[in-house]
Design a binder for this molecule. Structure first.
Ligand code: TXE
Length: 489
């Protein structure tokens, strides 16, 4: 079956291009997909434009759009096992993680179905009984939705659900490394009854398809999740046509542990925070910041447990962590280990590929812990996006906040303490979009997600996540107009 979806039809790439999708566990071929180019991107934008400007979609009521979203949620659950398996083959993550992703995005579609129905605009008091003043929320238009490879289904769904709820049309561009669950998602949206042209899919590289979408004058908004450098390039390219942009560009997230925290839980979550999905998580807790008095005991326990993490095939129920996504990405991770060593950080464990011959074909890397880190080190400041933990120490709540904010990113942070006042002080002081107190990692469809500082622009999820895809329109109606006689009385 062809894998581009243009104007309601599955089609091959216009120039006949294809790409092999490879399983990062063993480099085996998972599927050959179509690889589009600029012409396919332009065709997709034209289809989305027509559907927005002239299609039946604009006449759909909010309730009807909500029904569509609920149906997508049902279909996601119907095909849960198949989708989780696809995500595992594509990314290397475990089947359990793939299943969690499906459940999470089901909740996101359900949430935006409810929001679509409960967002009727608002009346504004003009201070004049003869004036009826209303603010309506209308769709922005054609949206380019560009997603990365670490959470392919999840990241794309966080964009598709609110974009549909608000009544936009769209072109989806998943990562070239991991397109399979996006193909499946588009199948489900079509099965749920989205009219032709509302959702279009073009697979292909960022430099060709992605850039063509961002450059197109027919596209009104770009929502992008990915790396900082690509985000910068997109923001600057979007300036030419003054597009709206929403960007989620990752993080370098501190996980702050006070001596009075529940020791066992804090160690357990510190591991989860950084080694979940081999550290390929924008909100990974890659900077552990521990109070001096417990530092030594904490790090010893953490390292002992990190060495017992079972790497393997995501399809094997005994596997706790899979490989990195690609050979290229592993090289980036390895280069950061070299940088850390050169900067004088103390390598406590990991720092190399595993010896197990069964893992030799995959892009595996051992959980790695650096102690003795300082905020000015690159391994502490830059997003490694791999299983690398840097450990720093702090002496009091004030210094914990200072260290936690000593980053150009601002996506997420954790704080562990048994003292509620201290937790609140730190949570308020941190300049990050999400702060977890005595937890690390969860998000809610109802709560905004996104970054301060260079972690991005705009928000996903929550009310603000819908507002990104809406234009506010003020309609001011004078019901008793009379001549003003301002001029030439
Ligand atoms: O991401 P890119 P890459 C970080 C992580 C990682 C680094 C680079 O640190 O090591 O980014 O990863 C598309 N115009 N994150 O290079 O390039 C591309 O095809 C339009 C953080 O894989 O940002 C893909 O669909 N689109 C992150 C998407 O952008 C372009 C998740 C993301 O790819 C484009 C992943 C262009 N010029 C990596 N160039 C997070 N925030 O969660 C590329 N793309």
């Amino acid at each position: 079956m062809p894998t581009l979806f243009l104007d309601g039809r599955w089609t091959s790439a216009s120039a006949g291009g294809t790409r092999e999708v490879v399983n990062p566990y063993d480099r085996s071929l998972v599927r050959t997909v179509d690889e589009g180019e600029e012409t396919d991107a332009h065709a997709a934008v034209r289809a989305a434009r027509r559907a927005f400007d002239h299609g039946q979609w604009r006449g759909w009521t909010a309730r009807r759009r909500a029904r569509l979203l609920r149906r997508v949620a049902e279909l996601l659950q119907r095909d849960r096992a198949e989708i989780a398996r696809l995500e595992t083959l594509d990314t290397g993550k475990t089947l359990v993680e793939g299943g969690i992703d499906v459940d999470d995005v089901t909740g996101v579609f359900e949430y935006y179905a409810a929001r679509a129905e409960s967002d009727p605009g608002r009346l504004v008091d003009a201070g004049n009984p003869a004036v009826r003043s209303r603010v309506l929320y209308e769709p922005v238009g054609v949206c380019a939705l560009i997603a990365p490879w670490n959470y392919p289904l999840l990241q794309m769904s966080w964009k598709v659900a609110p974009a549909l709820a608000a009544g936009n049309t769209m072109v989806l561009k998943p990562s070239e490394l991991t397109p399979l669950t996006t193909v499946k998602l588009v199948e489900l949206v079509a099965e749920a009854g989205a009219p032709p042209g509302v959702v279009n899919l073009v697979l292909g590289s960022g430099a060709t398809v992605g850039a063509a979408l961002v450059d197109s004058p027919e596209v009104d908004l770009v929502s992008f999740t990915g790396g900082l450098d690509t985000g910068r390039a997109i923001m600057s390219a979007a300036a030419r046509t003054v597009k709206k942009v929403a960007l989620e560009l990752g993080g370098k997230n501190p996980n702050i542990v006070f001596a009075d925290a529940d020791f066992e839980a804090a160690v357990d979550y510190a591991l989860l925070a950084v080694f979940f999905h081999a550290g390929q998580v924008c909100s990974a807790g890659t900077r552990l910041v521990v109070e001096e008095s417990v530092h030594e005991r904490f790090v010893a326990e953490l390292v002992a447990r990190a060495e017992r993490i079972r790497l393997g095939n995501g399809l094997d129920p005994d596997t706790e962590s899979g490989p990195l996504v690609s050979a290229e990405h592993r090289e980036k991770v390895e280069s950061y280990v070299d940088i850390g060593v050169a900067e004088g950080a103390r390598l406590l464990t990991g720092g190399r590929r595993p010896d197990d011959p069964a893992l030799a074909q995959g892009f595996f890397y051992l959980p790695t812990v650096f102690d003795g880190c300082r905020s000015d080190m690159r391994v502490v400041q830059e997003e490694t996006f791999g299983p690398i933990l840097s450990v720093e120490r702090f002496s009091d709540a004030e210094s914990a906040v200072r260290i936690g904010n000593d980053t150009t990113y601002g996506l997420a942070a954790g704080v562990w303490t048994g003292d509620a006042r201290k937790a609140e002080y730190v949570a308020r002081g941190l300049r990050h979009g999400t702060v977890w107190i005595n937890d690390f990692g969860p998000y809610l469809p109802q709560a905004e997600w996104g970054g301060f500082k260079r972690s991005g622009v705009g928000r996903e999820l929550g009310r603000a996540g819908l507002a990104e895809y809406q234009e506010a329109k003020h309609i001011y109606e004078n019901t008793a107009v009379e001549p003003q006689r301002w001029f030439a009385r």
